[in-house]
Design a protein around this ligand. Structure first.
Ligand code: SF4
Length: 232
């Protein structure tokens, strides 16, 4: 029998753009580009309470990232949020404070949220990996594979209607490995009853405000309209 995580992972690569939008590709990505999800730890799939899940994930030692980090940054926000934001991994400030998106990128995210009528209290923010990669390097595929069950459990418990993927790693891991943020940002995808939108990671916007700020602003406008349509 297929495990819950098998089912989720299988469906990740069957994501379809909403009708009328460009179809990226069909079928599964090559196996070696796709992080596999194993059904472990056994207790994770059975947890349906976010606080209990938090306590469990805070003890995680499933990959070597934990050795170099101060702690696990679980994520924060409304346990019943309609909108979930998923980034890449904690940075230095996030690692120090144990909270996601609290550095400069987080301040930009807060500004965009506020400007579009949202607050941190009503959304949930998490990352693909929950311990800081040393030197802020990209997490390896093995680290993503190790941590993905934690995020999948969060999504299963919170049951958001909308997920905003911030940057390439989140977009490729959660929606489709063939996605390119510069090409596909602003597009909506439907999967397992959740609407996904791809946009830039705020840190990338800070590095290239001239070209990316207006675009991420447009994506937040699209998010606001979708939220009104689905949750208004
Ligand atoms: S990065 Fe994820 S899988 Fe690795 S130790 Fe931290 S919580 Fe566990």
């Amino acid at each position: 029998m297929k495990s819950r995580s098998d089912i989720i992972q299988h469906s990740l690569f069957e994501a379809e753009p909403v009708p009328g939008q460009h179809r990226l590709f069909s079928g599964r990505a090559p196996e070696n580009t796709v992080p596999r999800v194993e059904d472990r730890p056994a207790g994770l799939a059975a947890i349906d309470d976010l606080d209990l899940l938090r306590q469990t994930v805070l003890k995680c030692r499933q990959c070597c990232l934990r050795e170099g980090a101060r702690g696990v940054v679980f994520g924060e926000g409304n346990p019943k949020a309609d909108i979930m934001f998923v980034g890449e991994g904690p940075g230095k400030t996030e690692d120090e404070m144990g909270r996601p998106f609290v550095g400069r990128a987080g301040q930009l995210l807060d500004l965009m949220l506020k400007s579009h009528g949202f607050s941190r209290e009503e959304i949930f923010i998490a990352n693909i990996v929950k311990c800081r990669p040393p030197g802020n390097r990209l997490p390896t595929p093995q680290e993503v594979e190790a941590c993905l069950p934690n995020l999948m459990a969060q999504i299963r418990v919170i049951r958001p209607k909308i997920i905003v993927t911030l940057g390439a790693l989140a977009s490729q891991t959660l929606i489709n490995p063939g996605l390119r943020v510069t090409r596909d940002r602003g597009k909506w995808f439907e999967k397992d009853g959740i609407s996904y939108i791809v946009t830039f990671h705020p840190a990338a916007v800070l590095r290239d405000e001239r070209n990316k700020k207006r675009l991420i602003w447009e994506d937040f406008g699209s998010l606001k309209r979708k939220y009104a349509e689905l949750c208004g």
